[in-house]
Design a protein around this ligand. Structure first.
Ligand code: GLN
Length: 491
Protein backbone atom coordinates (compact mmCIF):
# COMPACT_ATOMS: atom_id res chain seq x y z
CA UNK A 1 0.00 0.00 0.00
CA UNK A 2 1.23 3.49 -0.87
CA UNK A 3 1.42 5.89 2.09
CA UNK A 4 -1.22 8.15 0.52
CA UNK A 5 -3.66 5.21 0.47
CA UNK A 6 -3.63 4.72 4.23
CA UNK A 7 -6.35 5.74 6.60
CA UNK A 8 -5.23 8.50 8.92
CA UNK A 9 -5.14 6.18 11.94
CA UNK A 10 -3.02 3.63 10.06
CA UNK A 11 -0.65 6.39 9.03
CA UNK A 12 -0.56 7.75 12.58
CA UNK A 13 0.35 4.30 13.94
CA UNK A 14 3.10 4.03 11.33
CA UNK A 15 4.43 7.48 12.31
CA UNK A 16 4.40 6.68 16.02
CA UNK A 17 6.17 3.37 15.40
CA UNK A 18 8.79 5.22 13.39
CA UNK A 19 8.07 3.24 10.20
CA UNK A 20 7.84 6.41 8.18
CA UNK A 21 8.21 10.10 8.87
CA UNK A 22 5.52 12.75 8.59
CA UNK A 23 7.68 14.43 5.98
CA UNK A 24 7.81 11.26 3.87
CA UNK A 25 4.05 10.87 4.11
CA UNK A 26 3.38 14.49 3.20
CA UNK A 27 5.80 14.28 0.26
CA UNK A 28 4.04 11.11 -0.92
CA UNK A 29 0.72 12.97 -0.90
CA UNK A 30 2.37 15.92 -2.65
CA UNK A 31 3.66 13.61 -5.42
CA UNK A 32 0.24 12.04 -5.74
CA UNK A 33 -1.25 15.53 -6.16
CA UNK A 34 1.27 16.26 -8.90
CA UNK A 35 0.25 13.02 -10.59
CA UNK A 36 -3.56 13.29 -10.50
CA UNK A 37 -4.67 16.82 -9.61
CA UNK A 38 -4.62 17.92 -13.26
CA UNK A 39 -7.45 15.46 -13.87
CA UNK A 40 -9.34 15.56 -10.56
CA UNK A 41 -9.07 19.31 -9.81
CA UNK A 42 -10.03 18.94 -6.16
CA UNK A 43 -8.23 22.02 -4.81
CA UNK A 44 -8.77 25.75 -5.13
CA UNK A 45 -5.55 26.54 -3.25
CA UNK A 46 -2.66 24.25 -2.35
CA UNK A 47 -0.82 24.89 0.90
CA UNK A 48 2.07 22.48 0.39
CA UNK A 49 4.66 24.62 2.11
CA UNK A 50 2.51 24.96 5.18
CA UNK A 51 1.92 21.18 5.13
CA UNK A 52 5.63 20.40 4.84
CA UNK A 53 6.37 22.78 7.71
CA UNK A 54 3.74 21.11 9.89
CA UNK A 55 5.09 17.68 8.95
CA UNK A 56 8.64 18.67 9.93
CA UNK A 57 7.36 19.97 13.22
CA UNK A 58 5.51 16.71 13.85
CA UNK A 59 8.72 14.79 13.14
CA UNK A 60 10.71 17.05 15.48
CA UNK A 61 8.25 16.49 18.26
CA UNK A 62 8.26 12.74 17.84
CA UNK A 63 12.06 12.71 17.75
CA UNK A 64 12.02 14.49 21.12
CA UNK A 65 9.59 11.89 22.44
CA UNK A 66 6.66 14.33 22.60
CA UNK A 67 3.09 13.66 21.49
CA UNK A 68 2.83 15.47 18.14
CA UNK A 69 -0.98 15.89 18.41
CA UNK A 70 -3.87 13.84 17.09
CA UNK A 71 -3.76 15.04 13.48
CA UNK A 72 -0.05 15.86 13.20
CA UNK A 73 1.63 14.90 9.96
CA UNK A 74 -1.59 13.51 8.47
CA UNK A 75 -2.36 15.58 5.35
CA UNK A 76 -5.89 17.00 5.43
CA UNK A 77 -8.01 18.82 2.85
CA UNK A 78 -10.12 21.68 4.19
CA UNK A 79 -13.26 22.82 2.39
CA UNK A 80 -12.76 26.38 1.21
CA UNK A 81 -15.71 27.59 3.27
CA UNK A 82 -13.70 27.49 6.52
CA UNK A 83 -11.66 30.57 7.38
CA UNK A 84 -7.93 29.95 7.53
CA UNK A 85 -5.71 32.72 8.74
CA UNK A 86 -3.35 33.95 6.05
CA UNK A 87 -4.68 31.46 3.48
CA UNK A 88 -7.29 32.72 1.05
CA UNK A 89 -10.79 31.43 1.68
CA UNK A 90 -12.89 31.78 -1.45
CA UNK A 91 -16.10 29.76 -0.95
CA UNK A 92 -15.41 29.03 -4.64
CA UNK A 93 -16.90 32.44 -5.44
CA UNK A 94 -15.62 35.33 -7.47
CA UNK A 95 -16.90 37.45 -4.59
CA UNK A 96 -14.21 36.09 -2.25
CA UNK A 97 -11.57 35.19 -4.82
CA UNK A 98 -8.91 37.23 -3.03
CA UNK A 99 -10.24 37.15 0.51
CA UNK A 100 -7.57 36.28 3.06
CA UNK A 101 -9.05 35.88 6.55
CA UNK A 102 -7.26 37.39 9.53
CA UNK A 103 -8.50 34.60 11.81
CA UNK A 104 -8.98 30.85 11.91
CA UNK A 105 -12.33 29.10 12.21
CA UNK A 106 -12.61 27.40 15.61
CA UNK A 107 -12.36 23.93 14.05
CA UNK A 108 -9.14 25.00 12.36
CA UNK A 109 -7.57 26.48 15.50
CA UNK A 110 -8.53 23.33 17.43
CA UNK A 111 -6.86 21.18 14.81
CA UNK A 112 -3.82 23.46 14.73
CA UNK A 113 -3.39 22.69 18.43
CA UNK A 114 -3.30 19.03 17.37
CA UNK A 115 -0.68 19.53 14.66
CA UNK A 116 -2.94 20.18 11.65
CA UNK A 117 -1.16 19.41 8.39
CA UNK A 118 -3.38 21.20 5.91
CA UNK A 119 -2.47 20.32 2.35
CA UNK A 120 -4.96 22.59 0.62
CA UNK A 121 -8.32 24.33 0.46
CA UNK A 122 -10.79 22.15 -1.37
CA UNK A 123 -13.15 23.14 -4.17
CA UNK A 124 -16.90 23.31 -3.54
CA UNK A 125 -20.12 24.63 -4.98
CA UNK A 126 -20.17 28.40 -4.64
CA UNK A 127 -21.13 29.27 -1.04
CA UNK A 128 -21.97 25.55 -0.59
CA UNK A 129 -25.03 25.81 -2.81
CA UNK A 130 -25.20 22.72 -4.97
CA UNK A 131 -24.84 18.96 -5.14
CA UNK A 132 -22.14 18.43 -7.77
CA UNK A 133 -19.32 21.00 -7.32
CA UNK A 134 -20.22 22.26 -10.79
CA UNK A 135 -21.27 25.59 -9.25
CA UNK A 136 -17.68 26.57 -8.45
CA UNK A 137 -16.38 29.84 -9.91
CA UNK A 138 -13.00 28.15 -10.46
CA UNK A 139 -13.35 24.65 -11.90
CA UNK A 140 -15.42 21.50 -12.02
CA UNK A 141 -14.02 18.79 -9.75
CA UNK A 142 -14.17 15.25 -11.14
CA UNK A 143 -15.06 12.02 -9.39
CA UNK A 144 -11.88 9.92 -9.06
CA UNK A 145 -13.90 6.74 -9.64
CA UNK A 146 -14.97 7.99 -13.08
CA UNK A 147 -13.70 11.30 -14.33
CA UNK A 148 -16.82 11.82 -16.45
CA UNK A 149 -18.90 11.99 -13.29
CA UNK A 150 -19.36 14.56 -10.55
CA UNK A 151 -17.93 13.98 -7.05
CA UNK A 152 -21.16 15.27 -5.49
CA UNK A 153 -21.38 18.48 -3.56
CA UNK A 154 -21.12 20.86 -2.17
CA UNK A 155 -18.02 19.38 -0.42
CA UNK A 156 -17.00 17.69 -3.70
CA UNK A 157 -13.40 18.88 -3.62
CA UNK A 158 -12.91 17.49 -0.10
CA UNK A 159 -14.36 14.10 -1.07
CA UNK A 160 -12.53 13.86 -4.40
CA UNK A 161 -9.21 14.75 -2.73
CA UNK A 162 -9.59 11.93 -0.22
CA UNK A 163 -10.82 9.39 -2.80
CA UNK A 164 -7.96 10.23 -5.16
CA UNK A 165 -5.21 10.00 -2.53
CA UNK A 166 -4.61 13.76 -2.55
CA UNK A 167 -5.29 13.90 1.21
CA UNK A 168 -5.84 11.26 3.87
CA UNK A 169 -8.99 12.91 5.19
CA UNK A 170 -10.96 16.12 4.94
CA UNK A 171 -13.31 18.61 6.53
CA UNK A 172 -16.59 19.42 4.83
CA UNK A 173 -19.76 21.28 5.72
CA UNK A 174 -23.32 20.05 5.48
CA UNK A 175 -26.43 22.24 5.22
CA UNK A 176 -28.63 19.78 3.34
CA UNK A 177 -26.33 16.86 2.57
CA UNK A 178 -23.04 18.38 1.47
CA UNK A 179 -20.87 16.05 3.54
CA UNK A 180 -22.89 12.85 3.18
CA UNK A 181 -23.76 13.01 -0.51
CA UNK A 182 -20.20 13.59 -1.80
CA UNK A 183 -18.92 10.95 0.65
CA UNK A 184 -21.49 8.58 -0.82
CA UNK A 185 -20.56 9.46 -4.42
CA UNK A 186 -16.84 8.96 -3.75
CA UNK A 187 -16.97 5.79 -1.63
CA UNK A 188 -16.12 7.50 1.67
CA UNK A 189 -17.46 7.90 5.17
CA UNK A 190 -19.08 11.27 5.96
CA UNK A 191 -20.72 12.50 9.15
CA UNK A 192 -23.03 15.46 9.72
CA UNK A 193 -22.97 16.09 13.48
CA UNK A 194 -25.88 17.16 15.67
CA UNK A 195 -26.59 20.86 15.15
CA UNK A 196 -24.50 22.71 17.73
CA UNK A 197 -21.96 19.95 18.39
CA UNK A 198 -19.25 21.49 16.20
CA UNK A 199 -18.57 25.22 16.25
CA UNK A 200 -19.67 27.29 13.25
CA UNK A 201 -17.36 30.18 14.15
CA UNK A 202 -15.36 30.95 11.02
CA UNK A 203 -17.54 28.78 8.80
CA UNK A 204 -18.84 31.16 6.13
CA UNK A 205 -22.60 31.05 6.68
CA UNK A 206 -25.02 29.63 4.12
CA UNK A 207 -28.10 28.78 6.22
CA UNK A 208 -27.17 29.30 9.84
CA UNK A 209 -29.88 27.11 11.38
CA UNK A 210 -28.77 24.14 9.26
CA UNK A 211 -24.99 24.43 8.71
CA UNK A 212 -22.60 22.00 10.45
CA UNK A 213 -18.93 21.11 9.91
CA UNK A 214 -17.91 17.45 9.85
CA UNK A 215 -15.41 14.81 8.71
CA UNK A 216 -15.03 13.07 5.33
CA UNK A 217 -12.78 10.04 5.79
CA UNK A 218 -11.80 6.64 4.41
CA UNK A 219 -13.20 4.68 7.30
CA UNK A 220 -15.32 4.95 10.41
CA UNK A 221 -12.39 5.01 12.84
CA UNK A 222 -10.92 8.09 11.14
CA UNK A 223 -14.33 9.69 11.30
CA UNK A 224 -14.55 9.06 15.06
CA UNK A 225 -11.03 10.35 15.58
CA UNK A 226 -11.57 13.59 13.70
CA UNK A 227 -15.00 14.23 15.20
CA UNK A 228 -13.64 13.92 18.73
CA UNK A 229 -11.10 16.66 17.94
CA UNK A 230 -13.48 19.18 16.37
CA UNK A 231 -16.55 18.69 18.62
CA UNK A 232 -17.17 20.69 21.76
CA UNK A 233 -18.46 23.96 23.12
CA UNK A 234 -17.27 27.28 21.72
CA UNK A 235 -18.32 30.57 23.31
CA UNK A 236 -17.88 32.27 19.92
CA UNK A 237 -20.83 30.36 18.46
CA UNK A 238 -24.08 31.22 20.25
CA UNK A 239 -25.71 27.97 19.06
CA UNK A 240 -22.86 25.80 20.31
CA UNK A 241 -23.97 23.14 22.79
CA UNK A 242 -22.43 22.79 26.24
CA UNK A 243 -22.06 19.02 26.36
CA UNK A 244 -19.44 16.48 27.35
CA UNK A 245 -17.72 14.97 24.33
CA UNK A 246 -17.48 11.19 24.66
CA UNK A 247 -14.55 9.15 23.37
CA UNK A 248 -16.04 8.28 20.00
CA UNK A 249 -13.43 5.64 19.29
CA UNK A 250 -13.99 3.74 22.51
CA UNK A 251 -17.37 2.27 21.56
CA UNK A 252 -16.58 1.34 17.97
CA UNK A 253 -16.42 -2.39 18.60
CA UNK A 254 -19.81 -2.58 20.31
CA UNK A 255 -21.73 -4.05 17.37
CA UNK A 256 -25.43 -3.75 16.56
CA UNK A 257 -26.86 -6.74 18.39
CA UNK A 258 -30.26 -5.78 19.78
CA UNK A 259 -30.30 -2.36 18.11
CA UNK A 260 -33.70 -1.43 16.73
CA UNK A 261 -33.50 0.11 13.27
CA UNK A 262 -36.32 1.70 11.29
CA UNK A 263 -36.44 2.16 7.52
CA UNK A 264 -38.66 5.14 6.61
CA UNK A 265 -40.69 4.14 3.53
CA UNK A 266 -40.71 7.78 2.42
CA UNK A 267 -36.97 7.52 1.67
CA UNK A 268 -37.20 4.21 -0.23
CA UNK A 269 -39.84 5.27 -2.76
CA UNK A 270 -39.89 6.33 -6.37
CA UNK A 271 -36.78 7.73 -8.01
CA UNK A 272 -34.54 5.25 -6.20
CA UNK A 273 -32.18 3.57 -8.68
CA UNK A 274 -32.72 -0.23 -8.74
CA UNK A 275 -29.03 -0.84 -8.03
CA UNK A 276 -29.11 1.48 -5.01
CA UNK A 277 -32.21 -0.30 -3.74
CA UNK A 278 -30.45 -3.67 -4.07
CA UNK A 279 -27.40 -2.47 -2.12
CA UNK A 280 -29.73 -1.11 0.58
CA UNK A 281 -31.53 -4.44 0.87
CA UNK A 282 -28.24 -6.35 1.06
CA UNK A 283 -27.00 -4.04 3.82
CA UNK A 284 -30.27 -4.42 5.70
CA UNK A 285 -29.91 -8.24 5.62
CA UNK A 286 -26.30 -7.90 6.73
CA UNK A 287 -27.31 -5.73 9.70
CA UNK A 288 -29.99 -8.26 10.62
CA UNK A 289 -27.37 -10.99 10.38
CA UNK A 290 -25.33 -9.01 12.91
CA UNK A 291 -28.26 -9.01 15.31
CA UNK A 292 -30.03 -5.72 14.57
CA UNK A 293 -33.82 -5.71 14.40
CA UNK A 294 -35.06 -3.96 11.29
CA UNK A 295 -38.55 -2.78 10.50
CA UNK A 296 -40.23 -0.55 7.94
CA UNK A 297 -41.66 2.62 9.39
CA UNK A 298 -43.23 5.86 8.24
CA UNK A 299 -42.38 9.51 8.85
CA UNK A 300 -45.14 11.12 6.77
CA UNK A 301 -43.81 14.69 7.00
CA UNK A 302 -40.58 13.76 5.20
CA UNK A 303 -42.47 14.11 1.96
CA UNK A 304 -42.46 17.88 2.49
CA UNK A 305 -38.86 18.23 3.69
CA UNK A 306 -37.35 19.18 0.34
CA UNK A 307 -39.94 21.90 -0.25
CA UNK A 308 -39.49 23.30 3.26
CA UNK A 309 -35.70 23.26 2.87
CA UNK A 310 -35.85 25.20 -0.38
CA UNK A 311 -37.72 27.97 1.43
CA UNK A 312 -35.77 28.01 4.70
CA UNK A 313 -32.25 27.61 3.32
CA UNK A 314 -32.59 30.31 0.64
CA UNK A 315 -34.34 32.62 3.13
CA UNK A 316 -31.40 32.38 5.52
CA UNK A 317 -28.93 32.60 2.64
CA UNK A 318 -30.50 35.78 1.28
CA UNK A 319 -29.95 37.38 4.65
CA UNK A 320 -26.46 35.95 5.25
CA UNK A 321 -25.20 36.92 1.81
CA UNK A 322 -26.38 40.53 2.14
CA UNK A 323 -22.97 41.29 3.68
CA UNK A 324 -21.22 40.80 0.34
CA UNK A 325 -21.77 44.30 -0.99
CA UNK A 326 -18.30 45.39 -2.06
CA UNK A 327 -17.82 47.65 0.97
CA UNK A 328 -15.73 45.86 3.58
CA UNK A 329 -14.15 42.87 1.89
CA UNK A 330 -14.26 40.78 -1.23
CA UNK A 331 -14.86 41.78 -4.78
CA UNK A 332 -15.96 45.32 -5.71
CA UNK A 333 -17.11 46.30 -9.20
CA UNK A 334 -15.25 49.24 -10.72
CA UNK A 335 -16.65 52.38 -12.24
CA UNK A 336 -19.94 52.79 -10.38
CA UNK A 337 -21.28 56.32 -10.09
CA UNK A 338 -23.00 55.97 -6.75
CA UNK A 339 -23.26 53.49 -3.92
CA UNK A 340 -26.42 51.76 -5.13
CA UNK A 341 -24.90 51.16 -8.52
CA UNK A 342 -21.77 49.84 -6.80
CA UNK A 343 -23.83 47.33 -4.74
CA UNK A 344 -25.77 46.23 -7.80
CA UNK A 345 -22.79 45.78 -10.07
CA UNK A 346 -20.73 44.07 -7.38
CA UNK A 347 -23.42 41.52 -6.64
CA UNK A 348 -24.30 41.02 -10.30
CA UNK A 349 -20.70 40.22 -11.20
CA UNK A 350 -19.55 38.66 -7.92
CA UNK A 351 -22.16 35.91 -7.54
CA UNK A 352 -22.78 33.00 -9.90
CA UNK A 353 -26.22 31.96 -11.22
CA UNK A 354 -27.12 29.43 -8.50
CA UNK A 355 -26.28 31.85 -5.70
CA UNK A 356 -28.41 34.53 -7.36
CA UNK A 357 -31.25 32.04 -7.72
CA UNK A 358 -31.12 31.29 -3.98
CA UNK A 359 -30.97 34.98 -3.02
CA UNK A 360 -34.00 35.72 -5.17
CA UNK A 361 -35.95 32.70 -3.88
CA UNK A 362 -35.13 33.63 -0.30
CA UNK A 363 -35.89 37.32 -0.66
CA UNK A 364 -39.22 36.48 -2.25
CA UNK A 365 -40.13 33.98 0.47
CA UNK A 366 -39.40 36.58 3.15
CA UNK A 367 -41.12 39.51 1.47
CA UNK A 368 -44.16 41.22 2.97
CA UNK A 369 -47.35 39.44 2.00
CA UNK A 370 -45.63 36.14 1.26
CA UNK A 371 -43.80 35.61 4.52
CA UNK A 372 -46.60 33.63 6.22
CA UNK A 373 -47.55 31.70 3.10
CA UNK A 374 -44.00 30.47 2.45
CA UNK A 375 -41.56 30.96 5.29
CA UNK A 376 -44.19 30.52 8.02
CA UNK A 377 -45.51 27.33 6.41
CA UNK A 378 -42.01 25.94 5.93
CA UNK A 379 -41.23 26.50 9.61
CA UNK A 380 -44.39 24.60 10.54
CA UNK A 381 -43.32 21.72 8.33
CA UNK A 382 -39.94 21.81 10.01
CA UNK A 383 -41.63 21.38 13.39
CA UNK A 384 -43.61 18.41 12.04
CA UNK A 385 -40.39 16.81 10.80
CA UNK A 386 -38.74 17.26 14.20
CA UNK A 387 -41.81 15.67 15.80
CA UNK A 388 -41.81 12.73 13.37
CA UNK A 389 -38.15 12.01 14.10
CA UNK A 390 -38.75 12.30 17.84
CA UNK A 391 -41.57 9.77 17.64
CA UNK A 392 -39.55 7.42 15.42
CA UNK A 393 -36.63 7.53 17.84
CA UNK A 394 -38.88 6.50 20.70
CA UNK A 395 -39.12 3.16 18.86
CA UNK A 396 -35.80 2.92 17.01
CA UNK A 397 -32.18 3.49 17.91
CA UNK A 398 -31.26 4.23 14.33
CA UNK A 399 -33.02 5.04 11.06
CA UNK A 400 -31.70 3.78 7.72
CA UNK A 401 -31.99 5.05 4.15
CA UNK A 402 -29.91 5.50 1.04
CA UNK A 403 -27.74 8.63 1.22
CA UNK A 404 -28.68 9.53 -2.33
CA UNK A 405 -31.27 8.00 -4.68
CA UNK A 406 -28.62 7.41 -7.35
CA UNK A 407 -24.88 7.00 -7.72
CA UNK A 408 -22.79 9.93 -8.96
CA UNK A 409 -24.31 11.42 -12.11
CA UNK A 410 -22.43 12.66 -15.15
CA UNK A 411 -20.87 16.10 -15.39
CA UNK A 412 -23.43 18.40 -17.03
CA UNK A 413 -26.31 15.95 -16.59
CA UNK A 414 -28.33 18.09 -14.19
CA UNK A 415 -26.95 21.60 -14.60
CA UNK A 416 -29.79 22.73 -16.85
CA UNK A 417 -32.48 21.52 -14.45
CA UNK A 418 -32.11 22.94 -10.92
CA UNK A 419 -35.04 20.89 -9.62
CA UNK A 420 -33.50 17.55 -10.58
CA UNK A 421 -30.28 18.73 -8.91
CA UNK A 422 -32.23 19.62 -5.76
CA UNK A 423 -33.82 16.14 -5.72
CA UNK A 424 -30.41 14.58 -5.29
CA UNK A 425 -30.58 15.61 -1.59
CA UNK A 426 -34.05 14.32 -0.86
CA UNK A 427 -32.76 11.74 1.67
CA UNK A 428 -30.24 13.96 3.45
CA UNK A 429 -32.20 17.21 3.88
CA UNK A 430 -34.68 16.03 6.57
CA UNK A 431 -31.74 15.40 8.89
CA UNK A 432 -30.58 19.03 8.74
CA UNK A 433 -34.08 20.34 9.29
CA UNK A 434 -34.35 18.19 12.44
CA UNK A 435 -30.80 18.99 13.63
CA UNK A 436 -29.98 15.31 14.19
CA UNK A 437 -26.71 13.52 13.35
CA UNK A 438 -26.33 11.24 10.33
CA UNK A 439 -23.62 9.38 8.48
CA UNK A 440 -23.02 7.96 5.06
CA UNK A 441 -21.19 4.63 4.86
CA UNK A 442 -20.05 2.98 1.61
CA UNK A 443 -22.02 -0.22 1.10
CA UNK A 444 -21.36 -1.45 -2.42
CA UNK A 445 -21.34 -0.48 -6.06
CA UNK A 446 -23.91 0.26 -8.75
CA UNK A 447 -22.81 0.91 -12.34
CA UNK A 448 -19.28 0.55 -10.96
CA UNK A 449 -19.83 3.56 -8.71
CA UNK A 450 -20.04 3.65 -4.90
CA UNK A 451 -23.37 3.57 -3.09
CA UNK A 452 -23.78 5.10 0.38
CA UNK A 453 -26.06 3.97 3.17
CA UNK A 454 -27.32 6.70 5.50
CA UNK A 455 -27.69 6.07 9.22
CA UNK A 456 -29.55 8.64 11.34
CA UNK A 457 -29.64 8.88 15.12
CA UNK A 458 -31.26 11.02 17.84
CA UNK A 459 -29.52 14.28 18.84
CA UNK A 460 -26.02 13.77 20.28
CA UNK A 461 -26.00 10.02 19.59
CA UNK A 462 -22.94 10.22 17.35
CA UNK A 463 -21.28 7.44 19.34
CA UNK A 464 -24.17 5.08 18.59
CA UNK A 465 -24.05 6.06 14.93
CA UNK A 466 -20.31 5.40 14.69
CA UNK A 467 -20.71 2.08 16.51
CA UNK A 468 -23.38 0.87 14.07
CA UNK A 469 -21.48 2.18 11.06
CA UNK A 470 -18.34 0.43 12.23
CA UNK A 471 -20.20 -2.88 12.53
CA UNK A 472 -21.49 -2.57 8.96
CA UNK A 473 -18.07 -1.54 7.69
CA UNK A 474 -16.43 -4.54 9.33
CA UNK A 475 -19.04 -6.87 7.86
CA UNK A 476 -18.58 -5.44 4.37
CA UNK A 477 -14.84 -5.07 4.54
CA UNK A 478 -13.38 -1.88 3.16
CA UNK A 479 -13.87 -2.97 -0.43
CA UNK A 480 -15.88 0.06 -1.40
CA UNK A 481 -13.95 2.83 0.26
CA UNK A 482 -11.89 5.01 -2.04
CA UNK A 483 -10.58 3.89 -5.41
CA UNK A 484 -7.29 3.27 -3.76
CA UNK A 485 -8.44 0.30 -1.78
CA UNK A 486 -11.37 -0.64 -3.95
CA UNK A 487 -12.19 -1.79 -7.40
CA UNK A 488 -12.91 1.59 -8.88
CA UNK A 489 -11.46 2.95 -12.08
CA UNK A 490 -10.15 6.41 -12.71
CA UNK A 491 -6.52 5.69 -12.00
N1 GLN B 1 -27.40 20.54 -2.18
C1 GLN B 1 -28.03 21.28 -1.13
C2 GLN B 1 -28.16 22.72 -1.54
O1 GLN B 1 -27.73 23.05 -2.61
C3 GLN B 1 -27.25 21.14 0.15
C4 GLN B 1 -25.99 21.91 0.14
C5 GLN B 1 -25.24 21.83 1.42
O2 GLN B 1 -25.44 20.93 2.23
N2 GLN B 1 -24.36 22.78 1.64
O3 GLN B 1 -28.68 23.53 -0.81
Amino acid sequence: MEPYEMTAWEARDALLRGEMSALELTRAVQERIEEVEGRVRAYVTLTLEEALRAAREADDRMRRGQDPGGVAGLPMAVKDVLCTRGVRTTCASRMLRDYVPVYDATVISRLRDQGLTMIGKANMDEFAMGSSTENSFFQVTRNPWDLERVPGGSSGGSAAAVAAGEALWALGSDTGGSIRQPASFCGLVGLKPTYGLVSRYGLVAFASSLDQVGPITRDVRDCALLLSLIAGHDHRDSTSLKVEIPDYQAGLGGGVRGMRMGVPVELMGEGLAPGVRSRMEESFRLLEGLGAELEETSLPSLEYALSAYYIIAPAEASSNLARFDGVRYGYRAEGAEDVLQMYGRTRAAGFGPEVKRRIMLGTYALSAGYYEAYYGQAQKVRTLIIEDFRKAFSRYDILLSPTSPTVAFRVGEKTADPLSMYLSDVCTIPVNLAGIPAMSIPCGLDEGMPVGLQMMAPPLQEARLLQAAHALEQALGRRFTAILNGEGGGR
